[in-house]
Each structure stands twice: as C-alpha cells, then as structure tokens.
Design a protein around this ligand. Structure first.
Ligand SMILES: [Zn+2]
Length: 508
C-alpha cells in the first residue's frame, strides 16, 4: 500500500513543501529511504523503527520504501521523523489515509517514541497556512511558537501514540486544543540610557543615528563606555510592530534560538559578535546556510566592538548587506537570501594602546596609529554616516548625579523624527534619511542660504569627497528632523560636519 504525508524543508529562509511517500509491499523485509536526504534524515530509519517498537507498534515484516519528494532538494534536520513514521503507518494500513489530507506534519522522534521540539516550526506553519492546509501536527514543545500563526489549527503532540490517536479521531482532541493567547506582558528592557553619566556627545550621536537609521562609529580610549552606550541603543529605537516581531521570530525560529516561555521576539535584537568571529558566522554558515549574526541583528543593532581587530575578510562580508539590506550566500545546492536590515554600530580604540591623540599617554608611533585604523577599510568607512569621538570621562562627569534622560524620553524624539521621514518619503520606496541617494538629496536636503555658504566653505576647507558630502547632508537632514525643521539650517549642518571632522583627525 502507498501513502503520502506533507511536511516541509527549510532552505535558508525559504520553506519548501516536501511529500513523504511510503510504500509497504510484499517482499524481503527491508527499510529503504531515498530522496536526497542528509545523514541526519537517513538516520530517521533507525529512529522511526525503534520509536514505533517502543510505542508498542509492530510493523509487518514487509518491504518498506520511503521517498522524500521532490528529490532534487537536499533535506536536512531531524524534523522529518514524525512525517516518515505517519506515512509508514498509513501505508501499512494502521492509520486511515483520508485523515492525512490537508495536514502538515513535523517533529523529531526519540527512541522511546516521544516527539521532540525542532527549530523552524513557525516558518513551516506559516507556509502550511499559505498552502491552504487546515491543520498542522507539531511537537508539543513548539506549541507556543506555532500558536502565533492565526487561522490554522495547530496540534502539539508529545508522543507518537498521541499523534496517532489524533489522526484516528480528530474530534477527540477538538475540545482539548490549547490556545495560547498572545500575552501582552510588556517586558521592560533592563538597560536604560539614564544609567550613563556624562558622555552627552556620544548619547547625542546615538540619538541622531537611530533617528535616521545611520550607521555609527565610536572612537575613543578604552573604558569610556563605548560598549555601555551601544548596548542601550535598541532601547531608543522605535518599538517593533507585530509584523516585525513575527518576522524576527521566524528568523530566530529557523536559527533554533527561541525561548520556550515567550517565543515572540518583542525587543529589537542587539548582536555583538566577538572580533575573532569568522566571516561565516557573521554571514551565515553551513552546507544549507543558517542565519548568521547579521541576519540575527535584522531590524536591530549589530555591534562590532573593537572593529579594527576583526579580520579584513570578515569585515568585507558586511559590504553587500550594508548596501542591499540582505545577504546572498551561494552554495553548490543553490543560493540563499537572508534579510539583514540592521544598524551597524562599531567602536574602536584610536590606536593600539588606545590613547591617541593624547600624546602624554599614547606610546604608539605615527605608523602604528595609521596601520591600526587602516584596518577599517575605506569602503566600509564610507557606509558609516556618523563618527563620534568619545573622550575620557572627567571626574566631574561621574559626580554629576543630576537626573539623566531616560531611554523612553529619547525614544519619543526618535519616533517623532521617524514619523516625519515616513510621511516625507511615502511613495519613494525609502523609510529613513540614511537611504537618501542621488536626486532625492537635492529634493529633500534643502539648505538655508547660510547653510549653503557653510557647506561650500567646509567642502573646500575639509576637502570632503563627494561621498562624505552626501553623508553630511543625510545626517544634517536627520538633525533637522529631530529639530522639526523643514529646512537644514546652519546649526544642523555644523553639527553634522562635526561627525566628519574625525575622518581627518584619524584617517588623514
Ligand atoms: Zn597609542
């Protein structure tokens, strides 16, 4: 007899429906699995057979063939165990096949027959709904995550026996369907800008960067709080919409990084890969690639602490995603695209010892300083709109216990500035000032007459390149937005220029 069960394979961010076909026929007893399966899927043979036996189900001594179709897609992950088991049971006549129509199955089996949680359930359930399935049978451990998808019945099963009982008599379980209503427990982030004393300049730079979604580089000696400030940047970003939350949850589900208690990602990500990270871990690795750090930072912050210590090759990986807000990875099995719309925040010491240009403390030679910052390549630097100098904190700053602004107060200004941008760029296909380019610059970055004069003299005095000039304009536009000004005035421009002065100080 023959039976087939629907499941799905995840390739990058794409979910491909897979038919698990099983045939049980007379012949020498055997179990064959075909259909371009990776080793972990092939092992399903042993897991399924043992799980069935330990559940008290004995397969007839016949010839069992399982095929995963289409055969040209390589199947990874152990999520095929449950559909394979169900297909065999149906082909052996132990489950009526008519009950399998309109369902999608996924789950890993333990040898005792328990159905274990797998990664990527949310993405598969979303795909099942798109395919018009009426129900999904999934591991109970993934139930909360799957329940985020509306308009489809999701049944979490804890073992093989429960899965069979459900299929044999769906009505039996109809009244028991768990429903996890979305809990609106608003978890306040633990970090807050009010914990940082002094460093007003750096905080201001962070606010501007977030308001216009600009990339940001902090330069300063060690121990001045570059990391502290960077970590708090997500707390001043606009709150996630539900769609963004779901999109992020899908990514984290595929990466297998969801927490069981409250799977929905409600806070913008902050990812901080170590400088020894490989290019692969940033971009996404594996034969069938998994989301890398830059994808896990989607809609949030990717923080590269001590950016000059990263290998050049690793940093080069960043160029495409910074430009296109996604990353493409090519493999023999095809090419995979991952979203990567993040805000890059980087920090660096100005020199190997960290104290340049304070010549009393800095022990480095001019060549060493030059070589150190030279590791940050020009093309990468060109994608960073703001460079903020973080000076050493003075004793007075630390004593200044006056009430510091909270993240919430800063966020209000950011949200207002973003709203102005959203309205202004409606129909232009962009959302933020950082995306302005070409003719849009002339249209939207209108300078007051005094500001025009200032930019002209700065252009000559600071020997700005065309790229730097555009970056200054984009940042001025954001500063003007924070000030609710239609036109870019002198003070907006002057402040924007101050974030470029560093170029000359360090990279002259
Ligand atoms: Zn030094």
């Amino acid at each position: 007899m023959f039976a087939s069960v629907l499941t799905a394979a995840i390739r990058g961010m794409e979910v491909t429906p897979i038919e698990v076909e099983a045939d049980v026929s007379d012949g020498l007893p055997s179990f064959i699995m075909v259909g371009y399966a990776a080793s972990q899927v092939k092992e399903a043979q042993d897991r399924v057979r043992t799980a069935l036996r330990n559940t008290g189900i004995y397969l007839p001594p016949k010839r069992i063939t399982v095929n995963l179709a289409p055969a040209d897609i390589r199947k990874e992950s152990s999520g095929f165990d449950l559909p394979v088991a169900i297909a065999i049971l149906a082909a052996a006549g132990m489950i009526e096949e008519k009950y399998l129509h309109g369902g999608m199955f996924m789950g890993e089996l333990s040898l005792s027959g328990e159905v274990q949680a797998i990664s990527g359930v949310l993405a598969r359930v979303i795909r099942a709904r798109e395919l018009g399935c009426s129900y999904c049978v999934i591991p109970e451990g993934n139930l909360r995550e799957a329940s985020l998808v509306k308009d489809i019945t999701v049944l979490g099963v804890s073992d093989l026996r429960e899965a069979m009982d459900f299929i044999r008599d769906p009505e039996l379980y109809a009244h028991e369907r768990h429903h996890y209503e979305q809990e609106e427990v608003h978890k306040e982030p633990d970090l807050d800008f009010s914990e940082i004393y002094g460093q007003e300049g750096a905080k201001r730079a962070a606010e501007i960067a977030v308001a216009g979604f600009h990339n940001l580089l902090f330069i300063g000696p060690p121990g001045v709080g570059k990391t502290m400030i960077a970590k708090r940047i997500p707390t001043i970003m606009p709150p996630l919409t539900f769609e963004e939350s779901l999109e992020l949850t899908k990514i984290y589900s595929i990466a297998g990084l969801l927490t069981e208690g409250d799977p929905l990602i409600r806070i913008r990500p902050f990812r901080s890969p170590h400088h020894t990270s490989t290019a692969q871990s940033l971009a996404g690795g594996g034969r069938i690639p998994h989301p890398g750090e830059i994808t896990l930072a989607h809609r949030g912050v990717l923080f590269l602490d001590e950016i000059a210590e990263f290998s050049r090759h690793t940093l080069e990986i960043m160029r495409q995603p910074l430009e296109e807000k996604m990353i493409c990875i090519s493999r023999a099995s095809g090419s995979y695209a991952f979203p990567a719309d993040f805000m890059l925040v980087a920090s660096t010491n100005p020199c190997p010892c960290g104290y340049y240009p304070n010549m009393e403390k800095c022990k480095c030679t001019q060549a060493e300083v030059h070589h150190y910052l030279g590791k940050i390549s020009r093309p990468l630097l060109d994608r960073i709109d703001l460079c903020a100098d973080i000076p050493e904190t003075s004793y007075e700053d630390l004593q200044d216990k006056a009430a510091q602004e909270t993240s919430e107060e800063i966020r209000k200004r950011v949200v207002a500035a973003r709203e102005l941008q959203r309205k202004r760029y409606e129909g232009y296909g962009i959302l933020c000032n950082s995306e302005l380019h070409g003719k849009q610059m002339d249209e939207f970055c209108v300078l007051s007459p005094e500001a025009s004069k200032l930019i002209k003299s700065a252009f000559e005095r600071m020997q700005l390149s065309m790229r730097s000039y555009h970056r200054v304009l984009r940042v001025s536009r954001t500063i003007a937005d924070l000030d609710h000004s239609d036109r870019i005035e002198c003070e907006h421009l002057a402040e924007a220029l101050s974030y470029r002065g560093l170029d000359r100080k360090y990279w002259a």
